[in-house]
Design a protein around this ligand. Structure first.
Ligand code: SF4
Length: 365
Protein backbone atom coordinates (compact mmCIF):
# COMPACT_ATOMS: atom_id res chain seq x y z
CA UNK A 1 0.00 0.00 0.00
CA UNK A 2 1.15 3.49 -0.81
CA UNK A 3 2.24 6.51 1.22
CA UNK A 4 1.64 10.24 1.23
CA UNK A 5 4.19 12.97 1.84
CA UNK A 6 3.15 16.51 2.70
CA UNK A 7 5.83 19.17 2.53
CA UNK A 8 5.75 22.17 4.84
CA UNK A 9 9.01 24.07 4.26
CA UNK A 10 8.43 26.82 6.83
CA UNK A 11 10.65 27.10 9.90
CA UNK A 12 11.05 29.50 12.81
CA UNK A 13 14.75 29.91 12.06
CA UNK A 14 17.18 28.64 9.45
CA UNK A 15 19.62 26.22 11.04
CA UNK A 16 23.21 26.75 9.95
CA UNK A 17 23.79 23.17 8.77
CA UNK A 18 20.45 22.80 6.96
CA UNK A 19 20.63 22.24 3.20
CA UNK A 20 16.90 21.70 2.67
CA UNK A 21 14.77 24.13 0.69
CA UNK A 22 13.12 25.17 3.94
CA UNK A 23 13.47 28.48 5.68
CA UNK A 24 11.91 31.55 7.21
CA UNK A 25 9.42 33.11 4.80
CA UNK A 26 6.81 35.87 5.06
CA UNK A 27 3.62 35.02 7.01
CA UNK A 28 1.54 35.90 3.98
CA UNK A 29 3.36 33.32 1.83
CA UNK A 30 2.82 30.72 4.55
CA UNK A 31 -0.92 31.46 4.54
CA UNK A 32 -1.15 31.21 0.75
CA UNK A 33 0.98 28.05 0.83
CA UNK A 34 -1.54 26.29 3.09
CA UNK A 35 -4.32 27.13 0.64
CA UNK A 36 -2.23 25.96 -2.33
CA UNK A 37 -1.35 22.73 -0.55
CA UNK A 38 -5.03 22.06 0.24
CA UNK A 39 -5.89 22.76 -3.41
CA UNK A 40 -3.27 20.28 -4.65
CA UNK A 41 -4.37 17.53 -2.23
CA UNK A 42 -8.06 18.16 -2.96
CA UNK A 43 -7.56 17.86 -6.71
CA UNK A 44 -5.72 14.52 -6.51
CA UNK A 45 -7.67 11.49 -7.77
CA UNK A 46 -6.59 8.83 -5.28
CA UNK A 47 -5.88 5.51 -7.05
CA UNK A 48 -5.39 3.87 -3.64
CA UNK A 49 -6.04 4.54 0.02
CA UNK A 50 -2.86 5.69 1.73
CA UNK A 51 -1.42 3.49 4.42
CA UNK A 52 1.21 5.92 5.72
CA UNK A 53 1.53 9.67 5.86
CA UNK A 54 4.57 11.85 6.52
CA UNK A 55 4.54 15.58 7.22
CA UNK A 56 8.01 17.02 6.83
CA UNK A 57 10.19 19.31 4.76
CA UNK A 58 10.62 21.93 7.44
CA UNK A 59 8.58 22.45 10.59
CA UNK A 60 4.97 21.30 10.08
CA UNK A 61 4.70 21.46 13.88
CA UNK A 62 4.26 25.21 13.34
CA UNK A 63 0.86 24.72 11.74
CA UNK A 64 -2.12 25.72 13.81
CA UNK A 65 -4.14 22.69 14.89
CA UNK A 66 -7.22 23.69 12.94
CA UNK A 67 -5.20 24.27 9.77
CA UNK A 68 -3.45 20.92 10.12
CA UNK A 69 -6.78 19.18 10.79
CA UNK A 70 -8.25 20.78 7.67
CA UNK A 71 -5.32 19.54 5.57
CA UNK A 72 -5.33 16.02 7.00
CA UNK A 73 -9.10 15.72 6.49
CA UNK A 74 -8.37 15.86 2.74
CA UNK A 75 -6.22 12.73 2.86
CA UNK A 76 -8.18 9.45 2.83
CA UNK A 77 -7.31 6.50 5.04
CA UNK A 78 -7.43 7.98 8.56
CA UNK A 79 -6.51 6.36 10.93
CA UNK A 80 -3.34 5.67 8.99
CA UNK A 81 -1.12 2.79 9.93
CA UNK A 82 1.64 5.33 10.49
CA UNK A 83 1.33 9.12 10.38
CA UNK A 84 4.51 11.04 11.22
CA UNK A 85 4.90 14.71 12.00
CA UNK A 86 8.33 16.34 12.05
CA UNK A 87 8.73 18.62 15.04
CA UNK A 88 11.48 20.99 16.08
CA UNK A 89 12.22 20.80 19.83
CA UNK A 90 10.61 23.76 21.52
CA UNK A 91 7.36 23.41 19.60
CA UNK A 92 5.61 20.68 21.60
CA UNK A 93 2.96 21.38 24.23
CA UNK A 94 0.63 18.84 25.84
CA UNK A 95 -2.38 20.49 24.21
CA UNK A 96 -0.78 20.39 20.75
CA UNK A 97 0.36 16.78 21.16
CA UNK A 98 -3.16 15.73 22.15
CA UNK A 99 -4.58 17.53 19.12
CA UNK A 100 -2.05 15.83 16.84
CA UNK A 101 -3.00 12.45 18.28
CA UNK A 102 -6.71 13.16 17.79
CA UNK A 103 -6.20 14.00 14.12
CA UNK A 104 -4.39 10.70 13.46
CA UNK A 105 -0.72 11.57 14.05
CA UNK A 106 0.79 8.54 15.79
CA UNK A 107 4.51 9.16 15.29
CA UNK A 108 6.64 12.26 15.91
CA UNK A 109 10.13 12.80 14.60
CA UNK A 110 12.09 15.28 16.70
CA UNK A 111 14.87 17.17 14.92
CA UNK A 112 17.16 17.19 17.95
CA UNK A 113 20.50 16.80 16.10
CA UNK A 114 22.51 17.10 19.33
CA UNK A 115 21.95 17.14 23.08
CA UNK A 116 25.14 19.13 23.73
CA UNK A 117 24.75 22.84 24.48
CA UNK A 118 27.96 23.99 22.75
CA UNK A 119 27.09 22.08 19.56
CA UNK A 120 23.52 23.40 19.56
CA UNK A 121 24.74 26.97 19.96
CA UNK A 122 26.72 26.61 16.70
CA UNK A 123 23.77 25.20 14.76
CA UNK A 124 21.41 28.03 15.57
CA UNK A 125 19.08 25.71 17.49
CA UNK A 126 17.70 27.04 20.76
CA UNK A 127 16.68 23.91 22.65
CA UNK A 128 18.40 22.11 25.52
CA UNK A 129 18.61 18.40 26.33
CA UNK A 130 16.25 18.93 29.27
CA UNK A 131 13.67 20.57 27.02
CA UNK A 132 13.77 17.58 24.64
CA UNK A 133 13.27 15.24 27.63
CA UNK A 134 10.23 17.27 28.73
CA UNK A 135 8.73 17.20 25.24
CA UNK A 136 9.27 13.45 24.89
CA UNK A 137 7.37 13.08 28.16
CA UNK A 138 4.52 15.31 26.91
CA UNK A 139 4.22 13.35 23.65
CA UNK A 140 4.02 10.10 25.60
CA UNK A 141 1.37 11.55 27.91
CA UNK A 142 -0.64 12.47 24.81
CA UNK A 143 -0.42 8.84 23.64
CA UNK A 144 2.33 9.24 21.02
CA UNK A 145 4.89 6.58 21.92
CA UNK A 146 6.36 6.05 18.46
CA UNK A 147 9.10 8.67 18.58
CA UNK A 148 12.16 9.30 16.46
CA UNK A 149 15.14 11.46 17.37
CA UNK A 150 17.43 12.76 14.61
CA UNK A 151 21.13 13.11 15.42
CA UNK A 152 23.90 14.57 13.26
CA UNK A 153 27.42 13.16 13.31
CA UNK A 154 30.06 15.68 12.27
CA UNK A 155 28.78 18.91 13.81
CA UNK A 156 31.34 21.65 14.51
CA UNK A 157 33.18 21.06 17.76
CA UNK A 158 31.85 17.50 18.12
CA UNK A 159 34.20 15.13 19.94
CA UNK A 160 34.04 11.47 20.96
CA UNK A 161 33.01 12.65 24.45
CA UNK A 162 30.26 15.00 23.27
CA UNK A 163 28.93 12.39 20.83
CA UNK A 164 28.78 9.94 23.73
CA UNK A 165 26.84 12.51 25.72
CA UNK A 166 24.16 12.67 22.99
CA UNK A 167 24.00 8.86 22.89
CA UNK A 168 23.63 8.82 26.69
CA UNK A 169 20.54 10.99 26.29
CA UNK A 170 19.11 8.53 23.76
CA UNK A 171 19.55 5.79 26.37
CA UNK A 172 17.92 7.96 29.04
CA UNK A 173 14.91 8.84 26.88
CA UNK A 174 14.37 5.29 25.64
CA UNK A 175 12.99 6.38 22.25
CA UNK A 176 12.29 3.45 19.90
CA UNK A 177 13.78 5.02 16.74
CA UNK A 178 16.89 7.08 16.01
CA UNK A 179 18.20 8.48 12.73
CA UNK A 180 21.90 9.26 12.52
CA UNK A 181 22.89 11.48 9.62
CA UNK A 182 26.38 12.47 8.60
CA UNK A 183 26.66 16.23 8.21
CA UNK A 184 26.66 17.16 4.53
CA UNK A 185 29.01 19.89 3.44
CA UNK A 186 27.76 21.65 0.33
CA UNK A 187 26.82 25.05 -1.04
CA UNK A 188 23.22 24.70 0.13
CA UNK A 189 23.84 25.43 3.82
CA UNK A 190 25.47 28.41 5.57
CA UNK A 191 27.87 26.12 7.38
CA UNK A 192 28.70 24.19 4.20
CA UNK A 193 29.47 27.40 2.29
CA UNK A 194 31.64 28.66 5.14
CA UNK A 195 33.61 25.39 5.31
CA UNK A 196 34.10 25.34 1.54
CA UNK A 197 35.44 28.90 1.65
CA UNK A 198 37.77 28.17 4.56
CA UNK A 199 35.94 30.59 6.90
CA UNK A 200 35.40 30.38 10.63
CA UNK A 201 31.75 31.36 11.10
CA UNK A 202 29.25 28.84 12.50
CA UNK A 203 32.17 26.80 13.88
CA UNK A 204 33.41 26.01 10.36
CA UNK A 205 37.02 25.92 11.63
CA UNK A 206 36.16 23.26 14.24
CA UNK A 207 34.87 20.50 11.99
CA UNK A 208 35.74 16.96 13.08
CA UNK A 209 37.70 15.16 10.37
CA UNK A 210 36.28 12.33 8.27
CA UNK A 211 37.94 9.64 10.34
CA UNK A 212 36.39 11.04 13.52
CA UNK A 213 32.92 11.17 11.92
CA UNK A 214 33.21 7.53 10.81
CA UNK A 215 34.20 6.66 14.38
CA UNK A 216 31.12 8.54 15.72
CA UNK A 217 28.92 6.56 13.36
CA UNK A 218 30.47 3.25 14.39
CA UNK A 219 30.09 4.14 18.08
CA UNK A 220 26.42 4.91 17.41
CA UNK A 221 25.89 1.54 15.70
CA UNK A 222 27.37 -0.20 18.72
CA UNK A 223 25.70 1.88 21.46
CA UNK A 224 22.29 1.90 19.80
CA UNK A 225 22.59 -1.85 19.24
CA UNK A 226 23.10 -2.40 22.97
CA UNK A 227 19.93 -0.35 23.54
CA UNK A 228 17.98 -2.72 21.28
CA UNK A 229 17.91 -0.23 18.41
CA UNK A 230 18.91 -2.34 15.44
CA UNK A 231 20.33 -0.69 12.34
CA UNK A 232 17.81 -1.51 9.60
CA UNK A 233 18.95 1.13 7.11
CA UNK A 234 22.28 2.93 6.79
CA UNK A 235 21.08 5.92 8.84
CA UNK A 236 18.16 4.41 10.74
CA UNK A 237 17.93 2.40 13.93
CA UNK A 238 14.82 1.00 15.57
CA UNK A 239 13.50 -1.38 18.13
CA UNK A 240 11.80 -4.30 16.30
CA UNK A 241 8.40 -3.16 15.06
CA UNK A 242 9.29 0.56 15.16
CA UNK A 243 10.99 0.79 11.75
CA UNK A 244 9.51 3.70 9.78
CA UNK A 245 6.89 2.11 7.57
CA UNK A 246 6.66 5.23 5.44
CA UNK A 247 10.39 5.53 4.79
CA UNK A 248 10.61 1.79 4.06
CA UNK A 249 8.42 2.50 1.05
CA UNK A 250 11.13 4.72 -0.45
CA UNK A 251 13.80 2.06 -0.07
CA UNK A 252 11.54 -0.77 -1.26
CA UNK A 253 10.41 1.23 -4.31
CA UNK A 254 6.76 1.20 -3.27
CA UNK A 255 4.57 4.04 -4.59
CA UNK A 256 4.07 7.33 -2.81
CA UNK A 257 2.64 10.69 -3.70
CA UNK A 258 4.12 13.97 -2.48
CA UNK A 259 2.30 17.29 -2.16
CA UNK A 260 3.79 20.73 -1.64
CA UNK A 261 7.03 22.49 -2.57
CA UNK A 262 9.87 20.20 -3.66
CA UNK A 263 7.71 17.12 -2.95
CA UNK A 264 8.54 14.01 -4.96
CA UNK A 265 6.18 11.28 -6.18
CA UNK A 266 6.73 7.80 -7.56
CA UNK A 267 4.02 5.56 -8.98
CA UNK A 268 6.19 2.59 -9.89
CA UNK A 269 6.94 3.86 -13.42
CA UNK A 270 7.45 7.63 -13.24
CA UNK A 271 9.15 10.00 -10.82
CA UNK A 272 7.80 13.53 -10.44
CA UNK A 273 9.02 16.59 -8.59
CA UNK A 274 7.15 19.73 -7.65
CA UNK A 275 8.51 23.29 -7.90
CA UNK A 276 11.22 23.74 -5.32
CA UNK A 277 10.62 27.18 -3.88
CA UNK A 278 7.39 27.73 -1.91
CA UNK A 279 6.73 31.01 -3.77
CA UNK A 280 7.02 29.29 -7.15
CA UNK A 281 4.86 26.41 -5.94
CA UNK A 282 2.16 28.79 -4.71
CA UNK A 283 2.29 30.88 -7.92
CA UNK A 284 1.83 27.76 -10.08
CA UNK A 285 -1.15 26.51 -8.09
CA UNK A 286 -2.74 29.98 -7.93
CA UNK A 287 -2.21 30.34 -11.68
CA UNK A 288 -4.01 27.06 -12.33
CA UNK A 289 -0.80 25.27 -13.39
CA UNK A 290 0.44 21.88 -12.28
CA UNK A 291 3.04 22.24 -9.49
CA UNK A 292 5.05 19.44 -11.13
CA UNK A 293 8.17 20.80 -12.88
CA UNK A 294 10.05 17.59 -13.58
CA UNK A 295 8.98 14.17 -14.70
CA UNK A 296 11.26 11.29 -15.58
CA UNK A 297 10.83 7.59 -16.16
CA UNK A 298 11.90 5.46 -13.18
CA UNK A 299 14.55 2.81 -13.74
CA UNK A 300 13.52 0.22 -11.15
CA UNK A 301 15.96 -2.39 -12.44
CA UNK A 302 18.84 -0.06 -11.36
CA UNK A 303 17.16 1.82 -8.52
CA UNK A 304 16.33 -1.33 -6.60
CA UNK A 305 20.08 -1.83 -6.07
CA UNK A 306 21.29 1.59 -5.08
CA UNK A 307 18.15 2.37 -3.09
CA UNK A 308 17.42 -1.13 -1.76
CA UNK A 309 20.98 -1.83 -0.67
CA UNK A 310 20.59 0.96 1.90
CA UNK A 311 18.47 -1.54 3.81
CA UNK A 312 20.18 -4.14 5.95
CA UNK A 313 17.73 -6.71 4.59
CA UNK A 314 19.39 -6.05 1.21
CA UNK A 315 17.88 -6.81 -2.18
CA UNK A 316 16.91 -9.97 -3.99
CA UNK A 317 18.26 -9.72 -7.54
CA UNK A 318 16.28 -11.39 -10.33
CA UNK A 319 18.01 -13.40 -13.05
CA UNK A 320 18.31 -10.34 -15.32
CA UNK A 321 19.87 -8.27 -12.53
CA UNK A 322 22.34 -11.01 -11.69
CA UNK A 323 23.39 -11.17 -15.33
CA UNK A 324 23.63 -7.41 -15.77
CA UNK A 325 25.51 -6.68 -12.54
CA UNK A 326 27.51 -9.91 -12.43
CA UNK A 327 30.92 -8.20 -12.60
CA UNK A 328 30.03 -5.52 -10.02
CA UNK A 329 28.58 -8.06 -7.59
CA UNK A 330 31.61 -10.32 -7.93
CA UNK A 331 34.11 -7.47 -7.47
CA UNK A 332 32.47 -6.08 -4.32
CA UNK A 333 31.85 -9.55 -2.87
CA UNK A 334 35.50 -10.45 -3.32
CA UNK A 335 36.50 -7.15 -1.70
CA UNK A 336 34.35 -8.00 1.34
CA UNK A 337 31.96 -5.09 0.74
CA UNK A 338 28.94 -7.09 -0.40
CA UNK A 339 27.55 -10.30 1.04
CA UNK A 340 25.89 -12.58 -1.50
CA UNK A 341 24.15 -15.67 -0.13
CA UNK A 342 22.91 -16.66 -3.59
CA UNK A 343 19.49 -15.20 -2.86
CA UNK A 344 20.04 -11.77 -1.32
CA UNK A 345 22.71 -9.16 -1.61
CA UNK A 346 23.60 -7.05 1.41
CA UNK A 347 26.24 -4.49 2.23
CA UNK A 348 28.74 -5.72 4.81
CA UNK A 349 29.60 -3.37 7.71
CA UNK A 350 32.65 -2.24 5.71
CA UNK A 351 30.50 -1.90 2.58
CA UNK A 352 28.16 0.44 4.48
CA UNK A 353 31.04 2.85 5.05
CA UNK A 354 31.74 2.87 1.31
CA UNK A 355 28.11 2.70 0.23
CA UNK A 356 28.15 5.77 -2.04
CA UNK A 357 31.03 4.37 -4.08
CA UNK A 358 29.25 1.01 -4.33
CA UNK A 359 25.91 2.56 -5.37
CA UNK A 360 27.66 4.48 -8.15
CA UNK A 361 28.67 1.20 -9.75
CA UNK A 362 25.06 0.07 -10.03
CA UNK A 363 24.10 3.17 -12.00
CA UNK A 364 24.21 2.58 -15.70
CA UNK A 365 26.44 -0.54 -15.34
S1 SF4 B 1 17.01 21.74 10.08
FE1 SF4 B 1 14.79 21.54 10.20
S2 SF4 B 1 14.14 23.27 11.51
FE2 SF4 B 1 16.23 23.74 10.83
S3 SF4 B 1 15.94 24.99 8.99
FE3 SF4 B 1 16.19 22.86 8.31
S4 SF4 B 1 14.11 22.06 8.14
FE4 SF4 B 1 14.00 23.94 9.36
Amino acid sequence: MAGVYLSYPFCSQKCNYCNFRSGVFARELERRYVEALCTEVRSYAWPWTPETLYLGGGSPCRMEAKTLARLLALVPGCPWLEATLEAAPGSVTLEKAKQWREMGINRVSLGVQSFVAAELAQTGRKHTAELVAREVELLRRAGIENLNVDLIAGLPGQTAASWSESLDWIARLGVPHVSVYMLEIDEDSRLGREVLRGGARYGAHEMPDEEAVVAFYETAVERLGTLGLRRYEISNFARPGFESRHNLKYWRLEPYVGFGADAHSFDGRTRRRNAEHPAEYVARIEGGLSPCVEESPAVPEEERYYVGLRLLEGVRPDAGGRRRFQAVIRRFSEAGLLEDDGERLRLTPRGILLSNEIFQEFIGA
